[in-house]
Design a protein around this ligand. Structure first.
Ligand code: IPE
Ligand code: IPE
Ligand code: MG
Length: 264
């Protein structure tokens, strides 16, 4: 990993022809951007490579998007790396992913230090293979005092499992006598999710063209804007992110109300 003293201006210099950076409003960048990093396998297969090579290439993309989000002053970047359903893949692919996660986290610690990025995990990391779990716990400690962007990595994450866990935790509070069932509201539920304390995603990007959530952040994306691109994750770069944010900036977010100009 090399040093990087880029700024917003230098990191986003020389955009491709379809992007007008003059139209980009830096004051309207989502606070929380979430990426469903999909298409590593197809990216690799289409090049005659193994799926593992696709996952390795996907890590290069994630690194670029982390730096891009820091330069854009994004508060939270979350990324779906491994779902509770991904255990059903061939053991060899699961092992490779777990190994890659650990290796990458160690390799990228200097980047996280340099960019002041704090890592949190969404999902049950206690159930991961020992080596991966230990590296994650070590990495968490290493970045816990960082005060810049939060990088929320969803590993062994499933939204239904998260909601069931929240129900369990809330029930335990009730049984312990510290919570009155009458007081349970939306904030109570949100406070018992893995994302407690983080703002909800405003923009969810899914690569590889799939039009589904695949059990991702069901509660938190209630009013998120979705951006789907056919680009496979390993081909997704800073300009893909800019296109997604430009699309976001063109959306009319009504939250069930009316557009400002239509209120009178
Ligand atoms: C996303 O890429 C990464 C993980 C789920 C770990 P995929 O591995 O799902 O790639 P495709 O969808 O098979 O192309
Ligand atoms: C979603 O991708 C999970 C991650 C990106 C980690 P999948 O490839 O697992 O989703 P499906 O199987 O196409 O729904
Ligand atoms: Mg996939």
């Amino acid at each position: 990993m090399n040093s990087d003293d880029s700024t917003f201006e230098t990191y986003f210099a020389n955009p491709p022809a379809d992007i007008d950076m003059e139209a980009f409003d830096r004051s309207r960048v989502p606070r929380h951007i979430s990426c469903i990093m999909d298409g590593n396998g197809r990216w690799a297969t289409s090049r005659g490579l193994s799926r593992g090579e696709g996952h390795k290439a996907g890590i290069v993309s994630l690194r670029e998007i982390i730096t891009a989000c820091v330069r854009l002053d994004v508060e939270v970047l979350s990324a779906y790396a491994f779902s509770t359903e991904n255990w059903s893949r061939p053991q060899q692919e699961v092992n490779l992913l777990m190994h890659l996660f650990a290796k990458t986290f160690i390799e990228e610690l200097p980047l996280l230090h340099r960019e002041n990025v704090k890592v949190v995990f969404l999902g049950d990391i206690s159930a991961l293979p020992e080596q991966t779990r230990e590296v994650f716990e070590y990495g968490l400690k290493q970045t816990e005092d960082h005060t810049g962007m939060t990088l929320a990595l969803a590993v062994n994450y499933g939204a239904r499992a998260e909601l069931a866990r929240a129900a369990r935790l809330i029930a335990e509070d009730v049984r312990a006598g510290t919570l009155d069932p009458e007081q349970i509201d939306e904030d109570t539920v949100a406070a018992h999710l893995y994302t407690a304390g983080l703002p909800d995603p405003e923009l969810v990007v899914r690569t590889s063209g799939e039009l589904r959530l695949s059990n991702y952040l069901l509660w938190q994306v209630a009013y998120a804007e979705f951006y789907i691109t056919d680009t496979y994750w390993p081909d997704f770069d800073r300009w893909g992110l800019i296109r997604a944010i430009l699309a976001f900036q063109g959306r009319d977010r009504r939250f069930g109300g009316l557009t400002q100009s239509k209120e009178s």
